[in-house]
Write a new protein. Structure first.
Length: 233
């Protein structure tokens, strides 16, 4: 059963379920608020819980706004900067070599080199480059950190994930957004640990954050930095 509930300026979709034992709030990918409660839970209890979680809700909504903030449109011109593992590399447009064809895009000598005749597909080439070069890097990090946590993912991939930095599938498959490879390494490490812990703690409860903290004691600082700065990458 679903209904709409307005509490202190926030509008929730209220879902009641006989299978639900506790009250929970989620912010979906489009920023809509969903409040799930047991079927027989009094409305006063639901409203009180929602008010107690207002700070958390506003924080999540702010994170969504930062993630959806329009990024500066890339022009793919010589001198333009592109991030890779927290470092900015300038773009250099080059001419194709007839005798020894160069790849459409490569990182060489501290520059991203893009062939002029492939500039019309520059965005596609950059995404492909991050996936090809980032996946081995992510795999190495996952291997090191998985041992510390005591888990083993079924697979690891780098791909387009919309607004999410990473995801953990029900069968133990870890996916990471290709933009994750633009972040500084310590932030990538936080994203990796976050998804690895989901292999044993599906929800963001106290147990989940305790496990994250064992591996990354300053996880709260990294989480905050990502919420405030992630939209730039």
């Amino acid at each position: 059963m679903t209904d709409t509930l307005a509490i202190d300026g926030l509008t929730y979709e209220l879902r009641r379920s006989p299978k639900r034992a506790t009250i929970g709030i989620t912010v979906d990918r489009d920023g809509f608020l969903i409040l799930t409660a047991p079927e027989d839970c009094p409305m006063a209890t639901i409203e009180e819980t929602a008010r107690k979680k207002q700070l958390w809700v506003h924080t999540k909504l702010a994170e969504k706004r930062l993630l959806f903030r329009p990024r500066a449109q890339k022009e793919y011109v010589t001198g333009e900067g592109f991030q890779y593992l927290g470092r900015s590399y300038r773009l250099l447009l080059i001419d194709a070599e007839d005798d020894s064809p160069s790849p459409a895009l490569r990182l060489r000598g501290g520059w991203f080199e893009l062939r002029r005749d492939e500039r019309h597909r520059a965005g596609e080439h950059f995404v492909g480059w991050y996936i090809r070069n980032g996946e081995p890097w992510i795999w190495r990090r996952v291997g090191l950190l998985a041992d510390r946590i005591g888990v083993e993912p079924a697979s690891v991939s780098v791909r387009e994930l919309g607004y999410r930095w990473g995801s953990c599938g029900p069968r133990g498959n870890l996916n990471f957004h290709w933009r994750t490879l633009c972040l500084p390494p310590r932030m990538v490490e936080y994203v990796v640990v976050h998804e690895l812990v989901h292999l044993v703690e599906p929800h963001h409860g106290l147990g989940f954050w305790k496990r994250v903290e064992r591996v990354i004691p300053d996880f709260a600082d990294r989480k905050r930095w990502l919420a405030e700065n992630g939209g730039r990458y």
